[in-house]
Design a protein around this ligand. Structure first.
Ligand code: ING
Length: 321
């Protein structure tokens, strides 16, 4: 919406979810999503952002011999019959939303189905603006029973082949990323170079990090650190939305937040359950950074950044002789 000052504002809500049990039905979860949507609408929100994999429990915590063993947690279409009521309610309310879900594609030309960790972006009139598939897939692919719980995203999701897009909607330029994507600076810069003004990021983040439990106590700090940095360094709003609480025995980080282009947190969830937080995001605030400190066209030196896109891993200097 455009205010009397002429600047563009988006009333945005982060719709944090508490745990979803492994046998909770889609219908039951969709009713929770609709309740949050209505709460956001009642608060004046035009855009409600739901977490990553918002329709089911975080199933990559369990190993199945056959990769298709969790296919009942995926959506073969979006909207699907179970999610149609959410689309209908949002359109009736004139509220847009972003929804994270597990995507099972149609068989390709070779008869192969593909599995992605996907987010759909829907405008206020109910049209699907765009879809994003998670780029950075964390965790592991093989069964690792040594862990108290597993993180088998690399078994159950393929990496996106499309990268980070942005879409003109909600009176601005909106982009998406998912969970582990938020930890990589390239995520934000890829969208920053497309003029992004608001990045929507859902996450499921266990507190315990089996490869290095020393990080457990820092999960909340790291969560905000990476999103605040991404916002500031690219002059964009960032909306981080958790599925938090203890889900099937796994304690997961909540602390959903809405971050301004300054890097300041302007709203933060205070529970680990279903909770709406809102902000009136002034999209023209982005230009205070995009047109000064982070005027990319003036100050960036891509000719000296070649390693960032040409090199995957570290190449250290030779040992001193
Ligand atoms: N989850 C985690 C994330 O990047 C993880 C993986 C957990 C990384 C704990 C580090 C520590 O937030 C997803 N779903 O990417």
């Amino acid at each position: 919406m455009t205010c009397e000052s002429g600047s563009r504002h988006v009333h945005v809500a982060a719709a944090q979810l508490g745990p979803i049990a492994k046998d909770e039905t889609r219908e039951s979860v969709v009713q929770r999503l609709i309740a949050l949507l209505r709460q956001g609408a009642a608060a004046g929100s035009e855009l409600v952002v739901f977490p990553e994999l918002a329709l089911t429990t975080f199933f990559p915590r369990w190993f199945t011999e056959d990769v298709s063993g969790h296919d009942h947690y995926y959506e073969a279409s979006m909207p699907s019959p179970a999610t149609q009521p959410l689309f209908d309610e949002a359109k009736a309310l004139g509220v847009g939303f972003a929804l994270g879900y597990a995507e099972l594609t149609e068989p390709d030309a070779d008869g192969v189905v593909h599995r992605y960790n996907t987010t759909v972006l829907v405008e206020r009139d109910g049209t699907i603006v765009g879809k994003f598939r998670k780029v950075h897939i964390p965790g592991h692919e093989a069964d690792e029973p040594w862990r108290p719980f597993q993180h088998l995203e690399r078994r159950y999701f393929e990496e996106s082949t499309e990268g980070f897009g942005v879409w003109r909607c909600f009176d601005g330029i909106v982009g998406m990323a998912t969970c582990n994507d938020r930890r990589w600076p390239e995520t934000y810069r890829e969208m920053g170079l497309q003029g992004v003004e608001m990045v929507l990021i859902g996450y499921n983040t266990p507190i315990h990090y089996a490869p290095d439990p020393g990080q457990n106590a820092l999960q909340g700090f790291h969560n905000h650190l990476c999103m605040q940095a991404g916002a500031y360094q690219n002059g964009t709003w960032v909306v981080g939305v958790a599925k938090g609480g203890t889900e099937e025995g796994v304690e997961s980080l909540a602390q959903s937040c809405i971050i301004a282009p300054s890097g300041q947190i302007v709203a933060q969830a205070v529970t680990t359950g279903d909770e709406i937080i809102t902000a009136v995001a002034d999209l023209d605030w982005c230009n205070h950074y995009k047109e000064t400190l982070f005027n990319f066209a003036t100050y960036r030196r891509p000719e000296l950044y070649q390693r960032i896109t040409s090199q995957k891993g570290v190449i250290a200097p030779p040992e001193n002789s």
